[in-house]
Design a protein around this ligand. Structure first.
Ligand SMILES: Nc1nc2c(c(=O)[nH]1)N[C@H]1C(S)=C(S)[C@@H](COP(=O)(O)O)O[C@H]1N2
Ligand SMILES: [Mo]
Length: 217
């Protein structure tokens, strides 16, 4: 699959078309409309994902930090919660307006961990065992980037990546890693799962992946 993705990128006359080629190929074949999802589509790059809940969920923070940590769901819920209402935009075109997400600011977890000299990025891993994402430290420290425990004002469901997913409000939804289980502070950006198929690492909505929207878009 990696080979096909790379070929798509190389053959496409534009990145836009390369992205569409990768997307329409749907290498996982697993995307589908979520029942009762209010416009959301279900995405997973693996066919089944274990269930985790308050009894066995853990999020580790490690890498280039002074104080590695592990958080249970209750630990995250006991911290200051931030609620953001923003449009969800998938790079394949579907969009869900004004969706509330709530959780702990990623910046707070990084602050508690103490980022060490030489770090420039953050890598995210997931308990599905396959997916990964990344942000630069500057992006990760934005106020609109959350480690979310709620979506649509309810606990994040398993289908939406619960109990804990990343939420990167200003970027295409592929940055919002579901089933989040690891946050590793790294020396450089390590591209995430879809980024190895040609998606942009800097995934600003309207200003990446071949889009150059009018500012009013
Ligand atoms: N672990 C994991 N996170 C993921 C994905 C995935 O396949 N696995 N897909 C991404 C993509 S491309 C999108 S559009 C959204 C879909 O989120 P949803 O299933 O809640 O609609 O999750 C993102 N995060
Ligand atoms: Mo997506």
């Amino acid at each position: 699959m990696l080979g096909l993705g790379a070929a798509g990128v190389a053959a496409g006359p534009s990145l836009q078309r390369a992205v569409e080629a990768v997307t329409s190929r749907d290498p996982t074949g697993l995307s589908g409309v979520l029942p009762g999802g209010g416009g959301f589509r279900y995405y997973s790059v693996v066919s089944s994902v274990p269930n985790r809940d308050a009894s066995d969920y853990a999020l580790t923070v490690d890498g280039l930090v002074e104080r590695p940590a592990s958080y249970r769901l209750a630990d995250l819920m006991a911290m200051e919660q931030t609620r953001i209402v923003h449009d969800v935009q998938c790079v394949t075109g579907w969009r869900v307006p004004a969706t509330p997400f709530e959780g702990v600011r990623l910046s707070r977890l990084l602050e508690l961990a103490g980022v060490r000299d030489g770090a420039t990025a953050v890598r995210f891993t997931c308990f599905d065992g396959e997916y990964s994402e990344s942000l630069t430290l500057d992006q990760a420290r934005r106020d609109d980037v959350l480690v979310a425990v709620k979506m649509q004002d309810r606990p994040v469901t398993h289908a939406h990546g619960g109990p804990v997913r990343l939420y990167v409000a200003p970027m295409y939804f592929y940055k919002s890693a579901k089933w989040l289980s690891g946050i590793t502070v790294t020396p450089t950006v390590r591209p995430g799962y879809w980024e190895n198929y040609g998606y942009d690492v800097d995934a600003w909505v309207g200003r990446s992946n071949g889009r150059d929207d009018a500012p009013t878009g």
